[in-house]
Design a protein around this ligand. Structure first.
Ligand code: FDA
Length: 390
């Protein structure tokens, strides 16, 4: 016999759990299907294990989408303050790390336990290790799985994007969108380290482990935060941020000394007798100063360099322009950029315009947040929007 409920949700991540507890609290009977043996695996490892669960400043401007206004309604109706209220109700201690980013003091597991407790209170039925084989629609949705058939008049696809397959990411949301005729914005890895090749890679390898604050610009987008040189290329918050905007084959502009110019720094007369790397090392990490200085030939005293040489060095520091080869891909990407085309969804409810009863929420949708708690805020807000109407 098929199992009946009012609402079926596929995917027990941030968006699916929020949708489930919201619908359950309205008295709807909810069944959540998750193919992993536990829910919330991504929440557990997020924010270095402390879950950056929201951002105090979250607004539509912090999201990428082909249809930038789509996220406005859901974000306005479920705000960071709403989620903070829930966190405080459960006595979870948290702090602001920087730039409005809120983290648990102790562990991301507290967020999972909070969501599970709310789901239990709303009598949400969790069906774990449930693998979806097929979805059919008649007067209701029928989801055929390894554990039998589940039926409901409302079906919410909350099974995320493609990032981190090892934690259970699949393309099910995209396949179901295709099956029901919804359009998609091509998916790509976002919030992901960039890979370099050739001489640029040689420089990154030589500097692997060095981290510094930099201003990274691509087209009209600039992020000023730390960057990290790695054995494969570049990482760190500013690089992850720009990766969501970057198009392959295009150069970045990286100012390794934001707010100061090399001629200004090296124009200090007290530095003239120092070897170039030591002078530059006053304002840059020493390994970077030595490598960049040695690009002008054997290291000499600062006073022995002529103005064109120092101008060249200035360009390498204030406007380093590597052309990344690619990204590290979905294996390390924190998010998937692109997804279900929001033009085919109702912005207030997340329901497919052409398929009544079918909803898409969370990362599966073409709404991608910046680094810093914005992605969870979208998961909560879109989950809440659908949970309020299913
Ligand atoms: P999510 O991917 O969380 O959940 C989808 C669920 O569906 C999973 O449980 C999956 O197993 C399940 N599923 C998939 N296919 C299925 C199928 N075929 N059948 C059944 N179930 C299926 N964001 C942020 O705001 N702050 C942060 O600190 C971080 N940190 C962070 C760290 C790392 C390492 C990553 C990879 C990502 C982050 N993020 C983040 C991003 C954030 O985790 C992400 O945006 C949300 O988890 C998206 O929530 P969803 O519920 O949409 O998808």
């Amino acid at each position: 016999m098929p199992e009946e409920s009012d609402v079926l949700i596929i995917g027990g991540g941030a968006a699916g759990l929020m949708c489930a507890l919201t619908a359950g609290a309205r008295g709807r009977s909810v069944t959540l299907l998750e193919h992993n043996d536990r829910v919330g695996k991504k929440i557990a490892i997020s924010g270095g294990g402390r879950c950056n669960f929201t951002n105090l400043g979250a607004s539509p401007e912090n999201y990428l989408s082909d249809n930038p206004d789509f996220c406005r309604s859901a974000l306005a109706r479920y705000t960071p303050a709403d989620f903070i209220r829930l966190v405080e109700k459960h006595g979870i201690a948290y702090h602001e790390k920087k730039l409005g980013q809120l983290f648990c003091n102790t562990s991301a597991k507290e967020i999972i336990n909070m969501l599970l407790a709310e789901c239990a209170r709303s009598r949400v039925r969790l069906s774990l290790e449930t693998r979806v084989c097929e979805i059919r629609k008649s007067d209701r949705f029928e989801v055929l799985t390894n554990l039998g058939t589940f039926c409901a008049p409302s079906l919410v696809m909350a099974c995320g994007g493609l990032s981190l397959p090892k934690l259970g990411a699949t393309d099910l949301a995209y396949r179901i969108a295709r099956q029901f005729g919804l359009r998609q914005i091509p998916a790509r890895a976002g919030l992901v380290p960039l890979t370099l090749s050739g001489e640029w890679l040689g420089h990154c390898r030589a500097l692997a482990g060095v981290s510094l604050e930099a201003r990274v610009t691509y087209e009209k987008r600039t992020f000023q935060e730390n960057i990290l040189f790695t054995h494969r290329g570049l990482s760190g918050p500013a690089i992850l941020q720009i990766s969501s905007h970057w198009n392959p084959g295009e150069p970045l502009s990286i100012n390794l000394l934001p707010g100061r110019s090399v001629p200004e720094v090296l124009g200090d007369p007290t530095l003239r007798e120092l070897q170039l790397d030591n002078a530059l090392g006053r304002v840059l990490p020493s390994r970077l100063a030595a490598l960049w200085g040695s690009q002008l030939g054997p290291l000499r005293k600062l006073k022995q360099y002529n103005p064109p040489e120092l101008a060249r060095l200035g360009a390498m520091v204030n406007d380093w322009s590597p052309v990344p080869e690619g990204t590290e891909g979905y294996a390390t990407a924190e998010v998937t950029v692109g997804g279900i085309d929001t033009r085919d969804l109702n912005q207030k409810t997340m329901e497919a315009r052409s398929v009544p009863g079918l909803f898409f929420i969370g990362e599966a949708v073409d709404v991608t947040g910046w680094l810093g708690g914005y992605n969870f805020q979208w998961a909560w807000a879109s989950g809440h929007a659908a949970g309020g109407v299913v």
